[in-house]
Write a protein that binds this ligand. Structure first.
Ligand SMILES: NC(=O)c1ccc[n+]([C@@H]2O[C@H](COP(=O)([O-])OP(=O)(O)OC[C@H]3O[C@@H](n4cnc5c(N)ncnc54)[C@H](O)[C@@H]3O)[C@@H](O)[C@H]2O)c1
Length: 419
C-alpha cells in the first residue's frame, strides 16, 4: 500500500465507482491513457501533483501512472478534496495521496511537503502553491526539477510574476492558457459548477434574485450566463473597461461593487484579485444576502473584516456561516469563501475536465521531451496540442466539420485577390 494521509480508506470503493463514472465522460483523456500505457512516455519520471482531488484528477493520475510516471498527489485547496477519491487513488492506483477535505492550513502545507517527497522532476500545480514551496522552503530539491505545468489563471499570474522577477527556477507550461482549457473549463465549467455549489449549500431559488458577478473574465462570463439562464437578474462588477463594456453589450447591468452591494441577493467573486467584496460592502448588504467565491483563493472576500464586524456567528447549514451584523441584518458566507464549486459541490463536470486534463497529460509529456531546450519561464501550450485536443473532443462528440479546399487554402494565404 502506498504512503498516504487520507480521511478513511473505507471510502475507496465508493470513490472508485465515481472515478469510473467520470471516466465515461473523458474520452480524450481515455485515448491518451491507452497510448501512454503502450508507449510509456513518462517512464521513471517523478511527478508532484498539487490539484483538486476529484474524480477527474484521479483519472489524470492513472493516465500519468500508466505512462510510466511515479506520481505523488496532494490537494490544491484545503476544502476541495473528495475523501472517497483520495482513498481510491491510494487503494486502486497505488498513488501516494495526501489530502483530507477541511484540513487546516498547517496540514495543507504538510501535505504539499509530503507530495513533494524527495523531489519531483515534474510539478503539476493548480494555483502554484507547490511551486512556491519548492522555491522557498524546499530549495534544496530544485536541481531535480526539470519542468512543470500550471492549471489555473491565478497560478499562471503568480508564475509570470516569478519569471519577471527572474526567480522562476524551471520552465512551466501554462495549461490554463490553452484554448481547450480556459474557453471551456473556466467558462462552461465554472459557470455551471458554481451555481451547483450555491444550490447544494443553500437550496435557494435563483430565479428572480439579483445575482452579482464580480469579474467578467472567462469564469465570470460563464457564471453570468448560467445565472441569467435560470432566471436571475444579473449585475456585473468590473475594473477593466473592455470587459465591462462586453458585459453591458451581453445585456447585464454593470455598476461598482458599492452600488451592487445594496441591491444584490447573491454575490460571487471570480476575479483572482483580493478584497473585491470589502468592509463597506458588507455594511450595505440586505438582510439575508449570500456571499460566495469561485476564484482560486478565499482572499477575494475580506473575511477578516466580516469576522470583526459580526456580533455573532453560527453555522446554519453545511457550508453556510451566518454572520449577524445588527439586530435586523444577517449575511451568509458560503464554504469559508473557498471555491464554492469544489467546497460544496464536485467541481467541474467531467466533460470539460476531459480537455483540461488532456492538456495536462500532453504537456507533461511535452515537458519531459523538451525541458532541456526551454528557458526558465512560462510557456503557452503548443498550438499543435491545443488543436489536437479540440479535434479529438469533436470526434468523441460525433461532430464533424468541413475541411478547407485547396482553392480556399490558397485564397486565405494570398493577398492579390480583391473585389
Ligand atoms: N472555481 C474554479 O474551479 C475555477 C476554475 C478556473 C479558474 N478559477 C479561478 O477563478 C479566477 C478567475 O479566473 P478567470 O480565468 O475568469 O480570470 P480572468 O483573468 O479571465 O478574469 C478575471 C476578471 O476579474 C476582473 N477583476 C479584477 N479585479 C477586479 C475587481 N476588484 N472587481 C471586479 N472585477 C475585477 C478582471 O478585470 C478580469 O476581467 C482565478 O482566480 C482563477 O484561478 C477557478
Amino acid at each position: 500500500m502506498a504512503d498516504y494521509d487520507v480521511k478513511d480508506m473505507g471510502l475507496a470503493k465508493k470513490g472508485m465507482n465515481r472515478i469510473e463514472w467520470a471516466a465515461m465522460d473523458m474520452p480524450v483523456l481515455e485515448s491518451i491513457k491507452k497510448r501512454f500505457k503502450k508507449e510509456k512516455p513518462l517512464k521513471g519520471i517523478t511527478v508532484g501533483a498539487c490539484l483538486h482531488v476529484t474524480t477527474e484528477t484521479a483519472n489524470l493520475m492513472e493516465t500519468l501512472r500508466l505512462g510510466g510516471a511515479d506520481v505523488r498527489l496532494c490537494a490544491s485547496n484545503p476544502l476541495s478534496t473528495q475523501d472517497d477519491v483520495a482513498s481510491a487513488c491510494v487503494k486502486y492506483f497505488k498513488v501516494p495521496t495526501f489530502a483530507i477535505k477541511g484540513e487546516d492550513n498547517k496540514t495543507y502545507y504538510k501535505h504539499i511537503n509530503q507530495a513533494i517527497g524527495s523531489g519531483p522532476q515534474v510539478t503539476m500545480d493548480d494555483g502554484a502553491d507547490m511551486v512556491s514551496l519548492l522555491h522557498t522552503k524546499k530549495k534544496n530539491l530544485m536541481p531535480k526539477v526539470i519542468g512543470g505545468t500550471e492549471e489555473t489563471t491565478t497560478g499562471v499570474i503568480r508564475l509570470k510574476a516569478m519569471a519577471a522577477d527572474g526567480v522562476l527556477g524551471y520552465p512551466i507550461v501554462a495549461v490554463n492558457d490553452a484554448m481547450t482549457k480556459h474557453f471551456f473549463d473556466n467558462r462552461y465549467g465554472t459557470g455551471q459548477s458554481t451555481i451547483d455549489g450555491i444550490l447544494r449549500a443553500t437550496n435557494r431559488l435563483i430565479a428572480g434574485s439579483v445575482f452579482v458577478v464580480c469579474g467578467y473574465g472567462w469564469c465570470g462570463k460563464g457564471l453570468a450566463k448560467n445565472a441569467a439562464g435560470i432566471g436571475a437578474k444579473v449585475i456585473v462588477t468590473e475594473v477593466d473597461p473592455l470587459k465591462a463594456l462586453e458585459a453591458v453589450m451581453d445585456g447585464y447591468d454593470v455598476m461598482p461593487i458599492r452600488e451592487a452591494a445594496a441591491i444584490g441577493d447573491i454575490f460571487v467573486t471570480v476575479t483572482g484579485d483580493i478584497n473585491v467584496i470589502h468592509k463597506s460592502c458588507f455594511s450595505r448588504m440586505k438582510d439575508g444576502a449570500i456571499i460566495a467565491n469561485s476564484g482560486h483563493f478565499n482572499s477575494e472576500i475580506d473575511i477578516p473584516a466580516l469576522e470583526k464586524m459580526a456580533k455573532k456567528k453560527r453555522e446554519v447549514r453545511d457550508y453556510v456561516m451566518e454572520y449577524t451584523l445588527s439586530a435586523s441584518r444577517r449575511v451568509y458566507l458560503l464554504g469559508e469563501g473557498r471555491l464554492i464549486n469544489l467546497a460544496s459541490a464536485e467541481g467541474h463536470p467531467s466533460q470539460v475536465m476531459d480537455m483540461s486534463f488532456a492538456n495536462q497529460a500532453l504537456c507533461a509529456e511535452y515537458m519531459v521531451k523538451n525541458a532541456k531546450k526551454l528557458e526558465k519561464t512560462v510557456y503557452g501550450v503548443p498550438e499543435k496540442i491545443d488543436r489536437k485536443i479540440a479535434e479529438l473532443k469533436l470526434r468523441a462528440m460525433g461532430t464533424t466539420i468541413d475541411k478547407l479546399t485547396a482553392e480556399q487554402k490558397k485564397y486565405l494565404e494570398s493577398w492579390e485577390m480583391g473585389t
